[in-house]
Design a protein around this ligand. Structure first.
Ligand code: AMP
Ligand code: GLY
Length: 425
């Protein structure tokens, strides 16, 4: 077998998460070449961007075969749900991520819920509906809040937290009758509203076992004080202010262990990152959702805390020896603030030059998302969430201060960011 100290790596995806992954992979002494497909203005600082979209899994396979790629790393959920891992493995290639069957923990909320119910994993009570009439009848009996969720993938937008019956009916109508997320809303879950504070936890899994855990918080709302519509995430920080050893043990014993065990026994071993979305209150942590990948923007604050070589960690997962790897995380504090295009998450304009990128301190990380290079080589905006400024320090308050000092040096027309990231959760 080839000695993995001159690895050619293909990274799939084009968000802020992939910029952070490219940055971290590029630090590995095992790397020789990094390709990112399709990538963005940030990833090309670390490797060569390719033209294949993340959903073009056959073309990605062809590239990997023709270019003797040693390891493919999958960032987003869509190619995982399309079966990229199964396809690459069938062709004898190494790839980091869960198989299509395992990716259902994210692509089918009812699949995940069924396992949680079977294995007594703490989560909200919930009921599955495939018929809108029955869903309307069900909410008729509730006067209080409920959560209505599309069963399938909806780019993080398929969840409606409803204050009352009329909002719940509206959500059912949009998902099942107007089909705003297409077939993803053909079946829906209606579930109990959980209260508490939210956190995202991550472990690297090898099918049998898993790494040490790292947790973060994600500010999902557009407005300060966590107000306004949900976004893909306006910033994140790690560790969460109230995270402790007891919560961590609880998550590992009562959530991660039974989940990994169930996948191994009744499906196929879960290899990849397991992302546990949690609601935590005095009763302990409960699962809001599972995802089959790293979070975005959470990855942009946790990867800077990872002290281990990420290629080693991923290979340990693929080779079934993650326990030996002993993945190390820094105990420092990390915060990331997203600069978005004004108007996001609704309509916004793109194509504005981003200025001041060369005036930031070397000690902060800039992870691009919706940014690309124009024909003059200028970095211009190309999406809703444009970039994240990440800072790591001994304390959260120092990390936040450093982050905002640098953020203020980056400018483009119509830019928007929240001033309260790292607080108020
Ligand atoms: P998800 O896409 O499943 O992460 O849900 C998006 C957001 O909806 C979560 O981050 C929570 O803020 C909220 N949410 C989802 N399910 C529940 C629930 N059962 N109770 C309270 N909030 C929820
Ligand atoms: N930050 C939430 C997610 O990545 O789904």
């Amino acid at each position: 077998m080839k000695n993995f100290n001159d690895m050619k790596v293909l990274l799939v995806g084009n968000g802020g998460r992939e910029s952070a992954l490219a940055w971290k992979i590029a630090q590995s002494p095992n790397l020789s070449h990094l390709y990112i497909s399709p990538g963005n203005a940030g990833t090309q600082q670390f490797g060569l961007n390719l033209n294949y979209r993340d959903s073009e899994i056959e073309k990605l396979l062809e590239f990997a075969i023709n270019n003797q790629i040693d390891l493919t790393v999958v960032g987003p959920e869509v190619p995982l749900d399309l079966g990229i891992v199964d396809l690459f493995k069938e062709n004898g290639l190494k790839i980091f991520g869960p198989s299509k069957i395992c990716a259902q923990i994210e692509s089918s909320k009812s699949f995940a819920k069924q396992i949680m119910q079977k294995r007594n994993i703490p989560t909200a009570d919930s009921k599955l509906f495939t018929n809108p009439k029955e869903a309307y009848e069900y909410v008729e009996d509730f006067s209080g809040p409920l959560v209505v969720k599309a069963d399938g993938l909806a780019a993080g937008k398929g969840v409606f937290v409803c204050a009352n019956k009329s909002e719940s009916k509206n959500a059912i109508n949009e998902l099942m009758e107007q089909k705003i997320f297409g077939s993803s809303g053909e079946s829906i879950l209606i579930e109990q509203l959980l209260t508490g504070w939210e956190a995202s936890a991550f472990v690297f899994c090898d099918g049998n076992s898993f790494s040490s855990l790292i947790a973060a918080c994600d500010h999902k709302r557009i407005g300060e004080g966590d107000t306004g519509p949900n976004t893909g995430g306006m910033g994140a920080f790690s560790p969460p202010a109230n995270w402790d050893e007891q919560i961590e043990q609880n998550v590992l014993e009562n959530i991660v262990t039974p989940m990994i065990d169930e996948m191994k026994i009744n499906y196929v071993p879960y290899v990849g990152v397991l992302f546990i979305g949690l609601m935590i209150n005095e009763e302990g942590p409960k699962v809001i959702e599972f995802n089959c990948r790293l979070g975005d923007p959470e990855s942009q604050v946790i990867l800077p805390l990872m002290q281990s070589d990420i290629l080693d960690v991923m290979l340990s997962c693929i080779n079934g020896d993650i326990q030996k790897n002993n993945v190390q995380w820094s105990s420092e504090s990390s915060v990331g603030v997203v600069i978005a295009s004004g108007g996001y998450p609704k309509d916004y304009n793109v194509g504005f030059e981003i200025k001041g990128l060369d005036t930031t301190d070397n000690l902060v990380n800039i992870f691009h998302a919706g940014a690309e290079l124009d024909h003059m080589g200028n970095t211009i905006t190309s999406g809703g969430r444009v970039l994240t400024v990440n800072s790591v320090a001994d304390t959260m308050s120092v990390a936040i201060k450093k982050c905002y000092e640098n953020l203020d040096r980056i400018q483009f027309e119509d830019s928007y960011y929240r001033r309260d990231i790292g607080t108020n959760i």
